[in-house]
Design a protein around this ligand. Structure first.
Ligand code: SER
Length: 427
């Protein structure tokens, strides 16, 4: 079975041979892009090359680059625990910044390339790995943006029949921009085992803050292949969590949990990895923006460990399992002492809140409580014990109770009233 380590090497050498300069992953904290909180895509560190504010020939000696980028997305944070969602993940990507040369996949130079090379190479790489593409999708077009006939023809030339080249709309096959403005364009996407594994974006446009599109000076290529999804297909595992990327952490978890709950185990695996990388990139938990994202996942980690029966003492080994797996590729993980200290400090602080809230919860909550009463009691835990609502809901769920819209309504009403009172006091 092919390992994730081998796939990393194969990917980078495949594109290096084809004239790409290999660029290390940028930090999860974007250093010069105020339009986003965290790095969510491989193209983010290259935005200025697509717009020609920076010259790739000067900085990279090539119009082509490839990378394995650390990404962190918070949009699906509530879905974590299901078989497919992650906060932190890695993306394998190749990029071209124009001007476009011959766009010939047999040409291994340094010129910019476009759809033909990008599609042929993606097909070749996937085939080399021994995977079979079920089908591909292309952009069907809309009023100001034409159908992507060019990609269609290229897939046809490779040998795909028309039923295997599906047309999709803006929702699925038009990507970007990241943040409020930036390069964007139609995509062609590759599906293996019915899962989209590789997204090839043809950056032809720039979208401004008002949503207007203008043509970029040079069209570019931005591809992204989700590493975990790719490894799931290659290692033929049931979900991404059984791939070798999570294996060291999973083994410790399986040996130390008291309550088997697959959802919570996945949350722990995801949040451990995510927090290790965020801290390694210099983030501290706080109540503000990025820091709050870290605080949130560390709190969720604490509560899920609690319900799995994992003691905080095992945390050091769990953190080590992540760091050891990734250190060969990410030298920022070398400061294990600091990573451990930041994470343990936050978790220990929150554990106190959690313990006192659970005690209070057990004292106050009754089986017979109505939804409204649950909303009220949860509000009390929030104001008097500092228990965040999403964590309160986890405690409730562990007792077999649901948080419904009536509970939510009551909580929100009390919250508004409370805000009005505090506002009055401050005036
Ligand atoms: N930027 C695109 C994505 O995130 C392709 O890399 O899917």
């Amino acid at each position: 079975m092919i390992s994730s380590e081998e796939v990393r090497k194969l990917f980078l050498s495949f594109f290096q041979t084809r004239g790409h300069k290999i660029i290390p992953s940028s930090s999860l904290i974007p250093y010069d892009d105020p339009s986003v909180l965290l790095t969510t895509a491989g193209m983010q560190q290259f935005k200025k090359y697509f717009t020609r504010q920076k010259d790739p020939m000067v900085d990279f000696g090539s119009q082509r680059v490839a990378s394995i980028q650390k990404c962190f997305r918070t949009t699906d944070i509530d879905e974590i625990g299901d078989p497919t969602h992650l906060t932190f993940f890695e993306m394998l990507g190749n990029f071209s910044f124009g001007p476009i040369g011959k766009d010939d996949p047999k040409e291994f130079g340094k010129d910019g390339y476009f759809k033909k090379s990008a599609i042929y190479w993606a097909y070749e790489f996937i085939s080399q790995l021994g995977l079979k593409i079920d089908y591909v999708t292309i952009f069907e077009g809309e009023k100001n943006i034409p159908l992507d006939n060019e990609s269609y023809r290229i897939w046809e030339e490779i040998g795909f029949s028309s039923e295997k080249i599906k047309r999709r709309g803006r929702e699925d096959n038009f990507w970007g921009p990241t943040g409020e403005e930036g390069p964007c364009g139609p995509t062609t996407e590759i599906y293996v085992n019915d899962v989209e594994i590789w997204n090839l974006v043809f950056n032809e446009y720039y979208q401004d803050r008002d949503g207007n599109l203008s043509k970029l000076e040079f069209s570019g290529v931005d591809t992204g292949m989700g590493f975990e999804r790719l490894m799931k297909s290659l290692q033929n595992t049931e979900t991404i969590f059984e791939t070798d990327l999570f294996q060291p952490t999973r083994t410790i978890l399986e040996n130390s949990i008291k309550n088997y709950d697959i959802r919570r185990q996945r949350i722990v695996m995801d949040h451990l990895r995510g927090s290790v990388f965020l801290v390694a990139d210099g983030l501290y938990p706080s109540n503000l923006e990025r820091g709050y994202i870290l605080r949130r996942i560390l709190r969720r980690l604490t509560v899920n460990m609690y319900f799995l029966g994992i003691r905080v003492d095992s945390l050091e080994n769990l953190l080590k399992s992540v760091v050891e797996k990734y250190l060969p590729f990410y030298s920022e993980l070398k400061n294990f002492v600091k990573i451990k200290e930041v994470i343990l400090n936050e978790i220990n602080n929150f554990e106190r809140v959690l313990n006192s809230s659970i005690k209070e919860f057990n004292k106050k909550f009754r089986e017979s409580d109505s939804s409204e009463t649950i909303g009220e009691k949860m509000f009390f835990l929030y104001t008097s014990h500092g228990l965040p609502l999403d964590i309160g809901k986890e405690i409730l769920m562990s007792k077999g109770r649901q948080w419904d819209r009536f509970a939510q309504q009551r909580f929100e009403d009390l919250f508004k009233k409370h805000q009005l009172i505090s506002k009055g006091k401050n005036e």
